[in-house]
Design a protein around this ligand. Structure first.
Ligand code: GDP
Length: 520
């Protein structure tokens, strides 16, 4: 098979959702279709008490959660599927955002009883801003949920994206009858635990128990309304991230999941070209290239080994090959590569654009690093720094350890594990993170890798804004509106709340405050 054939087969995506919307259930169903697992309930141990996908890290073991995203891959209907798991909830961190830089599309799962929920909104927005195609699955139709039109409105409004329902539900909860498949013009009947039945539109007349049902009739009217007034399906718009195809179903039943997946696989994009310092790099460029989007440390504390996750962007990866780290120009032999399949770590012999490989990191990589072969020396676009929301003062418990403290802090910050800010005058340090877990990992690694116990003191949730002004009058700032500098010496103000931010802006219209989210 040629490079191009291999690359075209790849479907690399993440499933994102609010906790409890059904991501695990959905993932398991997909793994079942891919014959990767034989029974459900094996992916996450959190609730079921069964083993978790990854429990390498001590923290993971203690908390019974998966700290960092894992990757699952399997062949499916002539395609090669790569699912990148994104941790959500309290495990939410910058890694969750960064994972989105390594995928070609996302599946967004929404709980029909809840709609779009706050925490996940940011994740969806990052996809939207980056133009990642979003496929929506509205889950739990077997429960009494919100009105489907209301759900579509919500998606359109908060994400500023067009929606195009690919199927349409008749009833819900106890009165759930099934879905109209608009593309195939057939009605898929929901039979509870029994297998679904498929009835072509042309044969519906023979099913009077359905056609005479008021819910069914309502749904038919809604469908007519959609045909007339709804947005037309446009694959181009979907691929441009301007329209999201919407599917209704139940991941648990499962109902509508297989059809969803098949449609998804046929429509979702294969790896595309990526921007670099030397122009756009095509995925079938003959030389290997990729970038590191995540570094997972201490999976085995005894060996202190670290794994860098590489998204392959072009060419062919082969075990044992030599690559060049663009940032330093150094050549590295990649003898140990590991690819992550569900809960077992296997060795990869080869990989193509779209694949994710884990490589051993002897402490030389940074998040965002580019690896290339041949004469290439370009670097892929820098990964954006995602705006932290939680801030804590950090100090070493033992002042005698100032040196190790600084070293550890510097290295972990450089690696991208957490963000560092300096207070204006005092030169004291403030750490910024997207999620609480980042602090736990930081504290753990400082102790284990640098032998320094650190103290963290929360200064609460803050609203960070970059500050642009001709002159910065320091007397305007205090503990409430805290002035800090980031690594590039840019000024930021960490506002106590929205009110303080608005008040400040009104008082000082000449000072420009920039939302970190808007820049990414
Ligand atoms: P995650 O936190 O997004 O991974 O959600 P899970 O997949 O763990 O699902 C959360 C809960 O919702 C579990 O108890 C599931 O059994 C349940 N669930 C998932 N999908 C459905 C569905 O389609 N219908 C119903 N009734 N429950 C579901």
């Amino acid at each position: 098979m040629t490079l191009q054939d291999e690359m075209k087969k790849r479907r690399t995506f993440a499933i994102i959702s609010h906790p409890d919307a059904g991501k695990t259930t959905m993932t398991e169903k997909l793994l079942l279709y891919g014959n990767l697992i034989r029974s459900a309930g094996t992916v996450k141990g959190k609730k079921s008490g069964k083993f978790a996908t990854s429990d390498w890290m001590e923290i993971e073991k203690q908390r019974g959660i998966s700290v960092t995203s894992s990757v699952m891959n399997f062949p499916y209907q002539g395609h090669q599927i790569n699912i990148l798991d994104t941790p959500g909830h309290e495990d939410f961190s910058e890694d969750t955002y960064r994972t989105l830089t390594a995928v070609d599309s996302v599946v967004m799962i929404i709980d029909s009883t809840k709609g779009i929920e706050a925490q996940t909104l940011k994740l969806f927005k990052v996809c939207r801003m980056r133009g990642i195609p979003i496929f929506t699955f509205i889950n739990k139709l077997d429960r009494e949920g919100k009105d489907p039109f209301e759900l579509l409105d919500e998606i359109e409004e908060v994400l500023d994206i067009q929606t195009c329902p690919m199927n349409w539900p008749a009833g819900m909860g106890k009165r759930f009858l099934g879905i109209f498949n608009r593309q195939k013009e057939e009605f898929v009947r929901y039979n509870g635990d029994e297998e679904e039945t498929i009835i072509p539109y042309t044969e519906l007349h023979a099913h009077s128990d359905l056609t005479e049902n008021a819910m069914f009739q309502d749904a038919k009217e809604e469908l007519a309304l959609l045909d007339e007034a709804g947005d037309n399906f446009s694959l181009d718009d979907v691929l441009a991230g301007e329209q999201t195809p919407v599917f209704f179903g139940s991941a648990l039943a499962p109902f509508g999941v297989e059809t969803f997946f098949n449609t998804f696989v046929s429509m979702a994009p294969a790896p595309g070209p990526r921007k670099s310092t030397e122009g756009v790099v095509s995925p079938d460029h003959p030389e290997f290239s990729g970038f590191i989007f995540k570094i997972q440390a201490n999976m085995n504390p005894a060996h202190r080994d670290r794994i860098a996750f590489v998204r392959v962007c072009s060419g062919k990866f082969e075990r044992g090959m030599e690559v060049k780290l663009s940032r330093t120009g150094k050549t590295i032999k990649l003898a140990q590569s590991q690819q992550f399949v569900a809960s077992s770590r296997g060795t990869v012999e080869e990989a193509y654009a779209g694949d994710i490989i884990g490589i051993y990191d002897p402490n030389i990589y940074r998040i965002g690093d580019t690896l290339v072969t041949g004469k290439d020396k370009f670097e892929y676009d820098e990964l954006p720094q995602f705006p932290p929301e939680l801030f804590k003062k950090v100090t070493a418990k033992n002042v005698m350890k100032a040196k190790q403290f600084k070293k550890g802090l510097e290295q972990l910050v450089q690696e991208g594990a957490i963000q560092l800010f300096k207070r204006h005058r005092t030169e004291s340090y403030i750490l910024g993170a997207v999620g609480e877990l980042q602090y736990e990992v930081f504290q753990y690694r400082m102790k284990n890798e640098y032998n320094v116990e650190v103290m963290l003191e929360s200064i609460g949730e803050r609203i960070p804004r970059w500050l642009q002004a001709e002159q910065i009058d320091e007397s305007l700032f205090d503990e409430g509106n805290l002035l800090v500098r980031d690594r590039e010496e840019n000024h930021l103000v960490l506002f106590r709340n929205e009110f303080a931010l608005n008040w400040f802006q009104e008082k000082h219209p000449d000072m420009k405050l920039i939302d970190l989210f808007e820049v990414n």
